[in-house]
Write a protein that binds this ligand. Sequence first.
Ligand SMILES: Nc1ncnc2c1ncn2[C@@H]1O[C@H](COP(=O)(O)OP(=O)(O)O)[C@@H](O)[C@H]1O
Ligand SMILES: N[C@@H](CCC(=O)OP(=O)(O)O)C(=O)O
Length: 378
Amino acid sequence: MGSVSVSRRGLSKGQRWVVKIGSALLTDNGRGVNNSAICAWVAQIAELRQQGVEVVLVSSGAVAAGMDRLGWNRRPESIHQLQAAAAIGQSHLVQVYEQAFGLFDIRSAQILLDHDDLSNRTRYLNARSTLRTLLSLGAVPIVNENDTVVTDEIRFGDNDTLAALVANLVEADALLILTDADGLFTEDPRDNPDAELVGEASALDPRLLGMAGDSRSGLGRGGMTTKVRAAQLAARSGACTVIAGGAREGVVTRVWRGEDLGTLLLPEADPLAARKRWLAGQLQVRGSLTLDSGAERALRDGGKSLLSVGVTAVQGRFHRGDLVSCLDGAGHEIARGLVNYDSSESARILGQSSERFVELLGYRDDDELIHRDNLILL
Ligand SMILES: Nc1ncnc2c1ncn2[C@@H]1O[C@H](COP(=O)(O)OP(=O)(O)O)[C@@H](O)[C@H]1O
Ligand SMILES: N[C@@H](CCC(=O)OP(=O)(O)O)C(=O)O
């Protein structure tokens, strides 16, 4: 699987990171919320922020923290008891984070998501806009599954998957999964103490899932299997994943600096191509926009976003967040992208500058009709 490489050095170039902290770690194996560990991770995240890295934190631990507060020492079977424990634990957890981030003058924000939020396009885009806005305000969003409203069938099942979906959502450069093992080993080290740490591999290497086993802690859910799957999911939008031991001193900043810690799982060679392909594979084309020559040039040569002022016609019926084609004057498709306004709104703002959006639509959300990050040139 090779040793550490140039790819490790690339980690510090990432501008947006998702850091996921698992239950067993957070609660010191069920012994209440580990305040000092949380303070240490928060201090490291504050350092990353200082270096210009935007961080989204995905934190598990609500059920485990709630169990501790309720004096339960076994994870309940009943979904309602789990939900109740999560509700009690989550508010405590967020309070601890809020205090810790406060020491660094960083605002934190609670985001609770469920499966529908990420499979429904409008809610997906809304979640994305909120996360992006929070990041641009310098805040650290703290994400967890919305355990109160989910039922068994629609649970993500584990926060590793949720973290990978969030990495896709915010188009993160890296996903750091902190857990109670030092990374992915060739076998569960609890079964075989001679198992070796995998230093680096392609996230898509088929051997990885054969090495990964389940969780044993009774607090965590997915074990290494969901972490490897999460790395594969994150790789789809071009993110690399590091699975590392969260109890190691300075782990977040050390991984960021490229130190040889944990397991680095890489996306395919060209992350940008992966990201665009991921975008293209998202949806069916629902409509099209015809561009004037200025807009065509801005897209083709300038790598710019599509503004409504450069659109001359709107075809089809589509919603905000749908995939639409961008056509040149002769009707040839030159690009595809996720549109920020639905078809009737797009028809009202075509040819107009975004300054008139409020007057024409009654509101203005995004200045661009299609943001360049959501645009694929053909
Ligand atoms: N190949 C492996 N390498 C390392 N750990 C493994 C492996 N297979 C299974 N595990 C288990 O996965 C656990 C971490 O997953 P989990 O308990 O779900 O933690 P978290 O709460 O951080 O998500 C480890 O404690 C370890 O016992
Ligand atoms: N939403 C749940 C997540 C549980 C979970 O997935 O835990 P983990 O496997 O430790 O990431 C909680 O906060 O307890």
